[in-house]
Design a protein around this ligand. Structure first.
Ligand SMILES: C[S@@+](CC[C@H](N)C(=O)[O-])C[C@H]1O[C@@H](n2cnc3c(N)ncnc32)[C@H](O)[C@@H]1O
Length: 237
């Protein structure tokens, strides 16, 4: 039986099935994939994320790992705590929940960041964190995979490439989850595939073949973002 903290109103339960998961259940479920929740760059998507019960706990776990590894060296703590934050994604139908989720994750990250980096903590890094959350926690419908404006949900993927450099690439959620992966290697594994494939194109148009791993990977819909210092991603959107 749900307790008071899990329900905002009966109307919202009726209209949107909004019953938040209790902390005990969140922990029990995350423990099933414990190793991944403690891997700094491991990506998680919470569809129908509410105010982020699962994402908040994953962030706490990842930040505990970042702290254990890098607390003696605040610049590295800063970098890897941003990487941890950038690995979390959510989709939620109700705008007030989206706002609450972004704020909640920012608060958890910022509290830990400020405590460890103290006077080295920078506002531009806080701005980068807010920017990443604005792109990773999106208002939309996880069933139709569209935003409240009716456009496809597009997520930014952030990779720490080397040093302090982040590479951003954008992916269409629909393409990641629904597209069927082509079978076997392409006839010409070196073929260059178009970045503006339409849904009517075959699966090869939405996937690219990686010769090294001999497997197909989803193609980004935009990948020409410049390499950017992780504290400056907000200036290169
Ligand atoms: C049962 S609650 C779970 C919230 C959170 N994941 C948790 O475990 O505490 C379901 C949430 O999904 C949202 N929701 C309902 N339909 C949705 C849809 N089609 N796409 C995205 N979110 C949806 C509701 O607004 C609500 O916040």
């Amino acid at each position: 039986m749900a307790d008071k903290r899990q329900i905002k109103s009966k109307q919202r339960v009726t209209d949107h099935g909004e019953v938040f998961t209790s902390q005990r259940e969140v922990n029990a479920m995350l423990d099933l994939v414990k190793q991944e929740t403690e891997r700094i760059e491991s990506r998680f998507l919470e569809p129908a994320c509410g105010d982020g019960n699962f994402l908040a706990e994953i962030l706490r776990r990842k930040l505990a790992v970042v702290k254990a590894q890098y607390r003696q060296f605040p610049p590295d703590y800063e970098k890897y705590s941003i990487l941890a934050l950038s690995s979390l994604y959510g989709v939620e139908l109700l705008p007030d929940n989206v706002e609450a989720c972004r704020k909640r994750l920012f608060k958890i990250w910022n509290k830990a960041y400020t405590a460890i980096c103290k006077r080295d903590a920078e506002d531009r890094c806080r701005e980068a964190a807010r920017y990443i959350l604005a792109h990773n926690i999106l208002c939309g419908n996880a069933l139709t995979m569209t935003t409240s404006a009716g456009t496809p949900i597009i997520f930014a993927q952030w990779d720490l490439v080397y040093g302090n450099q982040f590479k951003r690439r954008d992916f269409c959620l629909d393409g990641l989850l629904r597209g069927s992966r082509p079978n076997g290697p392409p006839e010409d594994a070196g073929v260059q595939l178009s970045l503006d494939a339409s849904p009517s194109d075959g699966p090869e148009a939405r996937w690219e073949y990686d010769k090294a791993s001999k497997s197909w990977w989803p193609k980004p819909i935009k990948d020409d973002y410049p390499l950017t210092d992780y504290r400056e991603v907000q200036n290169h959107g």
